[in-house]
Design a protein around this ligand. Sequence first.
Ligand code: G4P
Length: 529
Amino acid sequence: MKHQESIEKRRTFGIIAHPDAGKTTLTEKLLLFGGAIQTAGAVKNSKIKKAATSDFMEIEKQRGISVATSVMAFEYGGKQVNILDTPGHKDFAEDTYRTLTAVDSVILVIDCANGVEMQTEKLMEVCRMRKTPVIIFVNKMDREGKDAFTLLDELEDKLDLKVRPLTWPIGMGDRFKGVYNLYDHNINLFQANKTKISKEIVSISDLADPQLNELLGDAVANELREDVEMIDGVYNPFDKADYLAGDVAPVFFGSAVNNFGIQELLDTFIKISPSPRGRETDLRRIEPSDPKFSGFVFKIHANLDPKHRDRIAFLRIVSGKFERNTFYNHVRLGKKFKFPNPTSFMAQDKSVIDEAFPGDVIGLYDTGNFKIGDTLNEGEKFMFKGIPSFSPEIFQELENLDPSKSKQLEKGIRQLTDEGVAQMFIQQPGNRKIVGTVGQLQFEVIVHRLVNEYGANCRFVPRNYHIACWITTENEVQLKSFLNAKTGNMAKDKDDNWVFLAETPYLLDRAEQDYPDLKFHRTSDFKLS
Ligand code: G4P
């Protein structure tokens, strides 16, 4: 197959959702419709979202499973669909943000009763920053939920995005009769069925057709006619270019657990979703069609066996062709590496691959050379931009309980932060290690791993910070006076950038007013611009 065809064929995307909205179920159903699995239940137990506290077995299990199910690939409609798994647990949100840098589009799952929930808003913020095309799937229509128009308004409002329904629900809950396909003008009648795929599609070319009344009853048929008239009046016709630009999100309705509305979603996804896209670097934009290989690391997984310190670095290929046993530049280290055992991840199977193309994600065995955000390429040297760190939400100080093990602790915490488990800030002046995460669970993972994998002895002490902001300025004098005034709140990140740790939003506001020449960045993206 020609290189360009290999690129055009790929569709690499992620499914995001607030926990419990149905991400796991939808992933599984897409695999089912795509023919990658034969029975429901294969993906199901891959989550720990209900393990809220220190269940280390669960944490270990999560680490294992997320390697196994990191990329799920199948062929459908002539395309190779790569689904990148994103952790459902909110404490792993940072991992999800980074995975979003490696996808070309996103399917967002919403629970029709809960509408837009907190985690959805945050995840969508990341998509908006990157202009990632989004398709929305409103799930659980077999249950009572919010009115469809109200939901669409809520989506536009809270997600700051335009929407365009492409299917429309006929009733909901006990009265859920199916979905009307606003594009193909046909009706898919609902039958609650968790194992079989419904094929009952009736074509209705004209909504005035009396057949509609026979199928749905007079009241429901008339309601559908009114709804469709309203949709056509309120929403602009769907424009693929607007979707690809990240400006409009098409919306589908259905019930994942009942296999309902998935076909419409998958068929449209195949038709409209983008093939692999280029990425910005510090030199220029790199397109997938560039003949030279390039890619970036967006995730690192430690080996589950603590006796083997090797890790797996997940590399998204941006351009050219990756080949096994070929030397490539590790740009940050200025060294060349080759990889004898690159792997692909397809559902539960891991297999060694000889080559991979733009849009693919491969796993590289690593003995500690990679950090998240690293670029691997051939030819001219450049670094990919845009794997930002966000301000953590919880801050704790790492305390060493055994001075004879300081080296182990130092090495361990550096490696874990390279893996992206947490961010570390070194308080200035001094050497206190402030560790920031988005969830409490992360601290338990870190202590557990520092003790078990590195032989350290340590604990975390809560610190009362609210946000970390990266500071840049041209005004060195003002920076100096700020540093003097804020001793105790200043730290350096691991790339030696200044970071202000503010206890309250008010103190951050004040700092911004009092020091107008300092820029306070909420994400570390500034380093890359
Ligand atoms: P998540 O990955 O986004 O966290 O959600 P997941 O798919 O695990 O779904 C959360 C719960 O919602 C599951 O129930 C699942 O069966 C249910 N669910 C998913 N899709 C639908 C749907 O279309 N309609 C209805 N009514 N429920 C749906 P659970 O009780 O947590 O698990 P289980 O015991 O059913 O497996």
